[in-house]
Design a binder for this molecule. Structure first.
Ligand code: AMP
Ligand code: MG
Length: 464
C-alpha cells in the first residue's frame, strides 16, 4: 500500500480548508526519490509510483489549508496557493502530512499559477535533506516529480512537484487566520492542535499558556539550530513558522559563509529584515503575533492574557540560555558559564569575517585550512583563550558540521540540471551532505567557501 491515510484536518470546520483536485499531468517523471524517508514512513516503495506522487491516483480528496500571515510585517490572508495535502499518513503512531507543492491552483492562489519550477523544487529537496542530516527538525522531501509543462519565472523551466512531509503544516499564521476569519472555531482548533502536537498538555489546567510556552520553546530550539549551522531562512513570515518547530519553506534560504550578522540573500528582503543576525528578533516579533491570536481564548476562562505575556517576557532569557549552550558546545566548553569567552570569540568572528563553518574545524584541528586568517596572532590568541576552558573534541564534533550546502555548489548543481538535464553534481552534493559531521578527505573541495565576491552578488528568490 502507498499511504495509510487518516486525515483528521477534514474533521475541522470547513472554513479552515478547501477540497481541491491536483492538475492533470500526462507523464509524471520521478526525478528524485528519498528511500530513507520512505522507510521511515513505512511505505512500500513499489506502490508510490509517479501517478501516486503527482496526485493523479488518489486515495482520497486532497485539501488546501487556509491561513494568514504577516508578510514582511503586513497582515495578509493567504492559504496554500500551490500546495495540496494528499492526506495524513499514520505509521507507528506518527502522523505526517503528505503534501504536494506545485500541483496546481487552489481557491487561495490569487493570481498565482499554482506551479513550481524544477530548480526550485530540487533546491527545496536538497536543503531539507541537508537540514535533516544536520540534525535539525525540518520538513522532509519524499520526491521531486518533473511535469510535462513549462513554467515561466526569471527563465522558463520544466515544472515540478515536491512531495513534502511534515508533522503538520499548521503555522502561527493558521492561528492568525482562525482568530481573524473563523473566531468561533478558535477554541476547537486550539484543542485540535494541542491534541495533535502537544498531547502532554491536554489535561493541564493552564493549557493555553503551556501551549504558547511549548511553541515558543520549540521555535527557539529551531532558530538556535539555524544559528549553529549558519542557516538563513530568508522569509520568516508568520505563515512560514511551524507550530511544531519544524523548519520549512526552503525558498530564498541560504547558508552563511563569511561571518556577517547582516548576511541576507533574498532579492526582496531589501532592508535585511530576515538577515542572519535578525532571526532571533524576528522570532520574538512573530511570537508576539502568535500570542495575539490566542488572546481571545483568555477572555472568559480562568487564564488571563497577562500569563501569556509573562511567558513572552521570558523569551530573552530562554533564547540567551539556549544560544550560549549551543555556542559553548561549538567551542567544546563542557561547563556552564564562560559567556565572556563566547562573546570575545564572536567579536573576533565579527571583525575577521572568517568562514563560519571552517573556523570551528580549524579551532578543533589547527592547520586544517590554509586560509591566512588562521595564521594571524589574533586567531592564535582567541584559540588560546578558548583552549583554557574548551576545545573538547567530542562536544565539538557533534555541533560543528564539516559540510554544509555551500551556496555556490548548490547553484552549480541546479544549473547543471537546468542546462544539461544532468543530476550528477546534485547527487554528488547530496552524497556529501548525507554525513555532514564526518570528515571525508576526498571531499575537501566541498568545504571551501566561494570567493567573497560570489556571496556579495548571490541572490535568492521567492515564489519560484
Ligand atoms: P511563500 O513565500 O512560499 O511562503 O509563499 C507565500 C504565499 O504565496 C503562500 O500562500 C503560497 O501558497 C503563495 N504562492 C507562492 N507561489 C505561488 C504560485 N506560483 N501560485 C500560487 N500561489 C503561490
Ligand atoms: Mg510559505
Amino acid at each position: 500500500m502507498a499511504f495509510s491515510f487518516d486525515t483528521s484536518y477534514k474533521e475541522l470546520d470547513a472554513k479552515l480548508y478547501s477540497r481541491v483536485t491536483p492538475k492533470d499531468i500526462d507523464d509524471p517523471e520521478i526525478l528524485l526519490f528519498n528511500e530513507a524517508l520512505c522507510d521511515d514512513l513505512g511505505i512500500d516503495a513499489e506502490a508510490v509510483t509517479g501517478q501516486v506522487l503527482s496526485g493523479q491516483e488518489r486515495l482520497e480528496e486532497p485539501i488546501a489549508q487556509a491561513y494568514a500571515g504577516h508578510q514582511y510585517g503586513s497582515f495578509t490572508v493567504l492559504g496554500d496557493g500551490r500546495a495540496m495535502i494528499l492526506g495524513e499518513h499514520v505509521h507507528d503512531g506518527n502522523r505526517s502530512d503528505i503534501q504536494l507543492k506545485g500541483s496546481g491552483r487552489t481557491p487561495y492562489s490569487g493570481s498565482g499559477d499554482g506551479k513550481a519550477t524544477v530548480s526550485s523544487m530540487l533546491r527545496e529537496y536538497l536543503y531539507s535533506f541537508a537540514m535533516h542530516k544536520l540534525g535539525i527538525k525540518t520538513s522532509r522531501s519524499l520526491a521531486v516529480i518533473e511535469t510535462d509543462e513549462s513554467v515561466k519565472r526569471r527563465q522558463t523551466e520544466p515544472g515540478a512537484i515536491l512531495v513534502r512531509v511534515m508533522n503538520s503544516h499548521i503555522r502561527y499564521g493558521t492561528f492568525q487566520y482562525v482568530a481573524s476569519r473563523a473566531p468561533d472555531e478558535l477554541e476547537a482548533f486550539t484543542e485540535y492542535v494541542i491534541d495533535r502536537h502537544y498531547p502532554q498538555l491536554t489535561d493541564s489546567d493552564r493549557k493555553y499558556v503551556e501551549f504558547f510556552d511549548a511553541v515558543m520553546r520549540a521555535s527557539v530550539a529551531m532558530v538556535v539550530d539555524w544559528l549553529r549551522v549558519g542557516f538563513i531562512h530568508g522569509v520568516m513570515n508568520t505563515d512560514n513558522m511551524s507550530i511544531d518547530g519544524e523548519t520549512f519553506d526552503y525558498g530564498p534560504c541560504a547558508f552563511m559563509n563569511y561571518y556577517d550578522e547582516d548576511a541576507v540573500f533574498s532579492s526582496i528582503d531589501k532592508h535585511g529584515r530576515y538577515a542572519f543576525g535578525n532571526q532571533r528578533k524576528i522570532l520574538q516579533w512573530n511570537l508576539e503575533r502568535f500570542a495575539e491570536s490566542l488572546q481571545p481564548l483568555c477572555t472568559d476562562s480562568s487564564i488571563t492574557f497577562d500569563e501569556i505575556e509573562a511567558r513572552l517576557d521570558d523569551f530573552d532569557d530562554i533564547f540567551e540560555a539556549e544560544y550560549y549552550t549551543m555556542m559553548r558546545q561549538k567551542l567544546g566548553i563542557p561547563a556552564d558559564g564562560a559567556e565572556e569567552i563566547v562573546d570575545e570569540f564572536l567579536d573576533w568572528l565579527r571583525s575577521s569575517g572568517a568562514d563560519y563553518t571552517n573556523t570551528f574545524l580549524e579551532l578543533e584541528n589547527p592547520g586544517t585550512f590554509e586560509d591566512p586568517i588562521y595564521a594571524t596572532a589574533e586567531f592564535e590568541e582567541i584559540r588560546e583563550q578558548v583552549a583554557q576552558v574548551g576545545l573538547d573534541e567530542d562536544l565539538m564534533q557533534q555541533a560543528n558540521p564539516r559540510y554544509i550546502p555551500r551556496n555556490h555548489l548548490v547553484e552549480d548543481a541546479l544549473t547543471q540540471y537546468v542546462e544539461d538535464r544532468d543530476l550528477s553534481r546534485f547527487r554528488a552534493l547530496l552524497d556529501v551532505l548525507q554525513h555532514p559531521y564526518e570528515s571525508n578527505e576526498a571531499t575537501a573541495r566541498f568545504q571551501q567557501p566561494p570567493p567573497e565576491a560570489f556571496d556579495a552578488e548571490y541572490t535568492t528568490y521567492c515564489n519560484t
